[in-house]
Write a protein that binds this ligand. Sequence first.
Ligand code: NAD
Length: 360
Amino acid sequence: MEYNITVIPGDGIGPEIVREAKKVLDKVGEVYGHTFHYTEVLMGGCSIDAYGVPLTEEALETARKSDSVLLGAVGGNVGNSRWYDVAPNLRPEAGLLAIRKGLGLFANIRPAYLYHELAGACPLKKEIIGDGFDMVIMRELTGGLYFGERYTKEIDGVMTAVDTLTYNENEIRRIAIKAFEIAMKRKKSVISVDKANVLDSSRLWRKVVEEVAKDYPEVKLTHMLVDNCAMQLVMNPGQFDVVLTENMFGDILSDEASMITGSIGMLSSASMNEGKFGLYEPSHGSAPDIAGKNIANPIATILSAAMMLRYSFDLDKEADAVEAAVQKVLSDGIRTVDIMSEGCTKVGTAEMGDAICARI
Ligand code: NAD
């Protein structure tokens, strides 16, 4: 098969890590008989330098016309970069918001997987880690408290701030469908997280999720209150498969889940629209402190490319092969500096990409 991928290397370590992800995709293409066509566009600080804006309409249009988008990271050294001497909507990170909005990406998927080889970096005790954990947090990205009406004004002589949390049934239904679809590709369990004992929006959330669940009889649905979920993530992370939740709860829980894996250079993510289209990127930023030194860990970006294979192209076997190659590299003791431990072999960004390709 042939696929058109818009590639956005971005700033900082972006170009270095994206180069390795492309290398891995090309190796997958060679082994499994696919061709990936890449079109590179600018976004972030490099786009500001070239065009004066973090994302041009042309770049967005290129992304829109492709089958999916692979992104490195954008942004510079916030305290010390000319990119930040401008209005917030002209800064590098504004490109991220513009592309998510422009492409209608409402479902954010962040896996949290513990590699046994890196368990030393997990802040949880061994008896809690048990056999490890392998979950994805499915967060609604475009509704809820962050997008509701808000204002601050004096009411009866008292300064009062108001934020509103709004969801309609269609917004809930489309993210719930996404979660159940992804559960079908995994262990067929969805834990839907809400605050239905207090919030109306959560009660509607629960009702709609239950309706959607009827179309997926093979998937086990459980409801969990958000405060309990925050505790369960550090008490028994192994119980989670797909965690489905609204925007703000997902913002907090996805950070909690990613931190218990312990290694920022390993965390992939995807943001998807109603169909198969997605934007795939590592969860970390552009790491300007280590840019250009060939020491960044490309694995988060490579695993993001694996998510693209699985979720946008339905190439599950190929995605499995990339994930297995990452696993093999770790068990062979090959490490970039951020995940280095005693007795292992330290390699650079490009060598890590080569090592993964060699195992596909
Ligand atoms: P960061 O994630 O870039 O870096 C945090 C720390 O982790 C740094 O010490 C960095 O060296 C390290 N690190 C990150 N990725 C790594 C990798 N792949 N391998 C090895 N080490 C890695 O976060 P930050 O320093 O807060 O932000 C830097 C810039 O990135 C800022 O301009 C910020 O706005 C931007 N940012 C962009 C995105 C994005 O593009 N989606 C996300 C977060 C931050």
